[in-house]
Design a protein around this ligand. Structure first.
Ligand code: ATP
Length: 457
């Protein structure tokens, strides 16, 4: 199935039905813009993270991993510009009090709202087009003026951590932890420039209208890399990073026709270039999954200024503030892209087969072990295979319902291989291995099963 033929609501209910994603606090009516990953969801999520970590840390000589704390000195968010400038223009419907994000509404009708625009400029655009923007709840166009609404989420960690009257914030973006530890990484790992730091971390934003399932949430995870280069030696590595990030999505199984590049037309004042990789989400259409930004020396200079600590790099006596090339990806959006791409339905003998065509490396369950029947010692023998294989892979053991029904159940959750132990297995010491997509079955000696699966997974 093409993404254009898929329906996102169907995928959302599938995600709940099969234990991938649940609404947070559902028994209390649900908390808007917050989601939990269920038993299969957490496996898929972890597999995506592992793949990202492998590509961005383990397979790269000059990248270092990091896991920084979420709470930070409140001054970090002053230096980064989040306390003053991290806001979205919000307006309220005067008839039903629901809120809209004005820049996104303008975007939806083809008007580009610049990030640097003042409230006054945004309002001029907004009121010039007000008739074209409708309230999602009541359908009217009777809106208040747009006011900037800060997205940082406040916390009360305790007065002793606050400087002055500033609250402690939850991170508005994960990457600040990288800048804060840049000097520690330099002093402990002694990297040669250029080098990178990578981390996966949580971010929290008071999104005005969380929407589109995992696409715009109030709590989410970001996977970031910051590549530190000599000033103005940015162009070549930037192009290389762009190529690598594009390839990573192809290696996740996303098809090239569902991906596109989009360059920022309106750059923030310090940036030198910025591109997004967009994905063609079912129903929602193309939208951002990852941003790749050439940020000059802005971040380290700001933190140097605000902390009073010299963050220049000393390259054999030559000192300079490195420039930063950033990649920032939303884990929830990539999860949704992977799930959407893999979701498929096909007709087989007048019956519909629902199948999740995930790459083996991403599948939550790699192998299902199925005794043909529970009796005559088949279950016990099959269980021995389960015990052995589950040392290596996430496996399931299932002995209820007919084998055909069990195959279908595994197809739906993306399990690439089913191993069936039948009556003949006792005699020929072999099992049937069925592959999910082709549904082809092959007889494999139990003694060779580990090697056989190893090659395929
Ligand atoms: P948008 O324009 O969609 O609000 P952004 O440009 O503010 O996104 P960044 O601040 O560059 O996003 O964050 C980097 C990545 O983090 C984005 O590409 C996206 O994948 C993810 N992200 C940002 N905001 C959210 C959110 N509210 N929910 C889920 N993921 C998000």
């Amino acid at each position: 199935m093409k993404n254009e033929e898929k329906n996102i609501d169907e995928i959302i209910s599938f995600a709940k039905e099969k234990g991938f994603v649940f609404q947070s606090s559902e028994i209390y009516g649900g908390l808007a813009g917050v989601y939990d990953f269920g038993p299969l969801g957490v496996e898929l999520l972890n597999n995506i993270k592992k793949d990202w970590w492998k590509a961005n840390v383990q397979k790269k000589m000059n990248y270092f991993g990091l896991d920084s704390a979420m709470f930070k000195d409140p001054r970090v968010w002053d230096a980064s510009g989040h306390t003053s400038g991290f806001s979205d223009p919000m307006a309220e419907c005067k008839d039903c009090n629901s809120r809209i994000r004005v820049d996104k509404e303008l975007e939806n009708i083809g008007i580009d709202a610049d990030e640097k625009m003042s409230e006054k400029e945004i309002n001029e655009l907004f009121f010039a087009n007000i008739g074209k923007i409708k309230c999602k709840k009541c359908g009217g166009s009777n809106f208040s003026e747009a006011k900037n609404f800060n997205l940082l989420v406040k916390s009360n960690l305790g007065d002793f951590t606050s400087k002055g009257d500033k609250p402690v914030y939850l991170p508005g973006e994960a990457c600040q932890g990288i800048y804060l530890n840049y000097k520690n990484v330099v002093d402990s790992m002694h990297p040669k420039i250029p080098f990178g730091i990578a981390q996966i971390g949580k971010a929290f934003r008071n999104e005005i209208s969380p929407r589109n399932f995992l696409f715009r949430t109030r709590e989410f995870e970001q996977a970031d890399t910051q590549f530190f280069v000599r000033p103005e030696e940015n162009k070549e590595p930037y192009e290389k990073i762009k190529k690598e990030r594009w390839q990573w999505y192809l290696d996740l199984g996303l098809s090239v026709k569902n991906l596109l590049w989009s360059q920022h037309k309106n750059l923030v004042f310090y940036a030198s270039d910025a591109w997004d990789i967009e994905y063609n989400f079912p129903t929602y259409g193309f939208d951002e999954m990852e941003g790749i930004h050439d940020r000059t020396d802005y971040d380290l200079s700001q933190h140097s200024k605000f902390s009073g600590v010299d963050l220049s790099f000393n390259d054999n006596g030559e000192k300079f503030i490195p420039w930063v090339l950033e990649t920032s990806m939303g884990m929830g959006r990539v999860f949704l892209a992977v799930l959407s791409e893999a979701y498929d339905k096909e007709k087989i003998d007048d019956e519909e087969r629902r199948v999740l065509r995930l790459l083996s490396k991403l599948a939550p369950v790699k192998v299902a072990i199925l005794p043909l029947v529970k009796k005559d010692g088949l279950k016990e023998e099959a269980y021995k295979i389960y015990e052995e294989l589950s040392e290596k892979y996430n496996c399931v053991f299932s002995d209820t319902a007919t084998v055909g029904k069990r195959y279908r159940k595994q197809d739906e959750i993306g399990t690439p291989f089913c191993v069936t132990y039948d009556y003949e297995s006792k005699e020929d010491n072999s099992v049937t291995v069925r592959e999910r997509d082709s549904m082809k079955q092959e007889r494999v000696k139990i003694g060779n099963l580990g090697d056989y699966l190893n090659k395929l997974i």
